[in-house]
Design a protein around this ligand. Sequence first.
Ligand code: ATP
Ligand code: MG
Ligand code: MG
Ligand code: MG
Length: 497
Amino acid sequence: KDLTACQVRQTFINFFLKKDHNFIKGSSVIPHEGLGLKNSFTNSGMNQFVPIIKGETDMVKFTRVVNTQKCIRAGGKHNDFEDVGQDNYHHTFFEMLGNWSFGDYSKEEMYTWAWEFLTEELKLEKKRLYVTYFGGDESLSLKTDIESFHIWKKIYSKHLDENQIQKYIVKGYHENFWEMGQTGPCGPCSEIHYDRIGDRNAAKLVNTGDPDVIELWNIVFIRYNKDCDNRLTLLPKQHVDCGMGLERLVSIVQKKRSNYNTDLFTPLFNAIEQKSNIKKKYEEIHGAKDKDCVNMAYRIVADHIRCLTIAFSDDETLSPGNTGRKYVLRKILRRGVYYATEILKFEETSFGSLVHVVVKMLGKTFPELQKNPKRIEKIINAEEEQFRKTLTHGSSVFKKNVEKLEGTKIFPVEIAWTLKDTHGLPVSITKLMCEERGLKLDMKKFDEYERKAKEPRHTAITRARDIALAAVRDVALTEVRDIALTAAIDIALNEAR
Ligand code: ATP
Ligand code: MG
Ligand code: MG
Ligand code: MG
């Protein structure tokens, strides 16, 4: 019998505990200020260890650490928002199984353990594992990581036929240089990829976006810190930083070709099916990207409710909003509501009621989820109520405009703008509605149109700011000055409308 997701998580942690690692709980999805992840969330397990990695603290209690980290990749450098729902292995929220060496063990030790964990502990088929190594980067004056090539060759040669080995080792470039953000810790990496089908040469499919040959584990050798001028400085110590997606690993262990067919998602899918008022069930389609609206809706609703539940339970002051992280959550919430109401025909508050399914599934691993799930449900329901009104009105205006198109397949950007500006319908939703009807909405043109449409407003705001600044220049109290400025800008904004 296959291991459950819980067992897979625990097997990983136990494996590294046996290798003298210490368990340190993963951090909040809201990263510390100063990491340069201002508008995004915790994107990998190493985030909480940045001060150790940079050598900024002497408080290194352990040099070997293991855990599972809640990650959200829906903004900033690592942003998978657009892919989520389209494919079956990128999520907005996912768990990263992590292990670290802070100036402790070597490349060879880590590769050997990774191989041991996958092929002996989990008994994955060796011929489905492909590894990549860093091929160098001239612009950064970095050499090929030939050492990795040789170590991998040695490991494979213990198990596979000598003249077959090389096809499992793939040279990579920018995918093999990992960076946390625009600035910060970084270094060359070696990744392990897995062929979900097997019995073929899949080397050429590695890193091509093929849903059956997926990246599983990233082993990064953090050696540098990157500053705002793209300059690399060598860190005081060399660290090993490894991250493996739990959902992907579970799909492999449970022999599924999609993360969504594992026990990390099936209870949610069952709940979605019950709440849905359409007849169609979820149907997993393999191979190319699955564009079927209903299937997409299942994946998006399940993914987004997990993400929202996780995010809101990590910060009691967090709510959807119009800037930064709050805006990312609003986007996720609205896209979730859109698919739940328009495609799956959920009743009002059904989307929010999925929160308790998530809490039931993940609450043991992340006890913070159990603190106040009612609050999260309330936040989601309030946003849903508001957004449903916008959606009902906006989609009727949208439909009227579609009738006027008389068969052309291009949706005019100026109408998309009116929908956004006058009726409050986010352009991402207009785009989804277009896609469902086979209409094309040129996003580049839309952005350009929006920029031009906003120009008079910007000019008015800038002028108002200048006048206000001049008027309050001599006011000593910054507080008073800021209030006066804000008021002046508000007036200008209203006039510009
Ligand atoms: P990909 O190339 O598939 O987008 P990545 O190279 O961006 O992955 P890393 O930054 O190397 O990912 O993160 C380490 C591991 O975390 C990956 O090997 C993968 O198993 C997992 N992972 C990354 N992004 C996601 C995601 N959006 N959803 C689920 N798992 C993910
Ligand atoms: Mg990625
Ligand atoms: Mg990758
Ligand atoms: Mg990677």
